[in-house]
Design a protein. Structure first.
Ligand code: NAD
Length: 269
């Protein structure tokens, strides 16, 4: 049997980090060799497996990624934009592969990410679930088939701890619709509405944000036409679809030549 892929989870005490640690522990083809958290985090020094609730793993939470990097093949990162860019710089320096699931990058941060990620093997995707990535393949075709009589709206519903809005997933759904219509999302994206805004124009993609309770993540693409509407909804019941997708990407990316890849590449879509 091939040796396991050695993984570092950054942000290992976070919501995604804990599920990633548990799923690495369940996997026969992956091995946890490092777990990091931000400086000053109250759980530093604790065992990553104990924290994730999957049993003791003998991997303590540290705040210095460089210490764990020599043992690893790949970093799986769900942290914050600033932390992800810092981790990417270290991955480039140590020539390690990386999977980036963090969302909320500004255009400037995304440019930096793209510039650096190409010198290593890197997967970056704002949504790593199989369901959303399959949806991305079809929503533009549905918009094209329905034609100009159907208004396009996206509704993003998440838990009240989420920091960025709209979600990274809502943005890639909007981009897929805009591309299919031949529109520029910068000009046609309408982010929430308020006041006397007048009639809706045909050439716009509405992107609405709802934040409430502990909802893991729902996205609806709504095509509103004369006398009927179609709604395509993806609901994540828990964080495992994202974590499983990220770990599938980790196993895949270590075998790829340098370059920046997306989930469609990982899934062969
Ligand atoms: P979270 O706040 O629960 O976890 C993030 C963790 O990163 C925290 O524990 C934080 O302390 C840690 N962190 C911050 N800076 C760090 C640093 N310098 N080094 C190490 N750790 C650091 O958030 P979450 O819900 O787990 O989400 C994390 C990110 O992943 C968000 O951007 C979220 O939108 C994104 N996300 C993406 C997907 C996807 O499929 N791509 C799915 C879910 C969440």
């Amino acid at each position: 049997m091939a040796p396991p892929t050695k993984v570092i989870i950054t942000g290992a005490a976070g919501r995604m980090g804990k599920r990633l640690v548990s799923l690495v522990q369940e996997s026969k083809s992956l091995q946890l060799v490092g777990a990091t958290e931000r400086k000053g985090h109250p759980d530093l020094g604790k065992d990553a497996g104990d924290l994730a609730g999957c049993g003791h793993l003998d991997v303590s939470l540290i705040d210095d990624l460089a210490k764990a990097l020599p043992q690893a093949n790949v970093i799986v990162d769900f942290t914050s934009p600033a932390a992800s860019l810092n981790h990417l710089a270290q991955a480039v320096q140590h020539k390690r592969a990386m999977v980036i699931g963090t969302t909320g990058f500004s255009p400037d941060e995304m440019n930096q990410l793209q510039k650096h990620a190409e010198s290593i093997s890197c997967v970056q995707a704002p949504n790593m679930s199989v369901g959303i990535n399959v949806l991305l393949q079809i929503i533009g075709k549905v918009a094209q088939a329905l034609g100009d009589d159907y208004d396009l709206e996206i509704i993003d519903i998440h838990h009240n701890k989420k920091k960025d809005a709209p979600s990274g997933t809502a943005l890639i759904l909007a981009e897929a619709l805009a591309a299919a219509k031949g529109w520029d999302l910068q000009e046609t994206g309408v982010y929430s509405r308020h006041g006397i805004i007048g009639e809706r124009s045909q050439k716009e993609i509405g992107i609405q944000t709802v934040r409430a309770g502990d909802i893991v993540g729902d996205h609806t693409v709504l095509y509103g036409g004369p006398g009927e509407r179609i709604e395509i909804t993806h609901r994540a019941h828990n964080r495992d679809p994202f974590a499983r997708g990220a770990l599938r990407a980790a196993e895949w990316v270590v075998k790829q030549p340098p370059g920046l890849y997306g989930m469609a590449d990982v899934l062969g879509l």
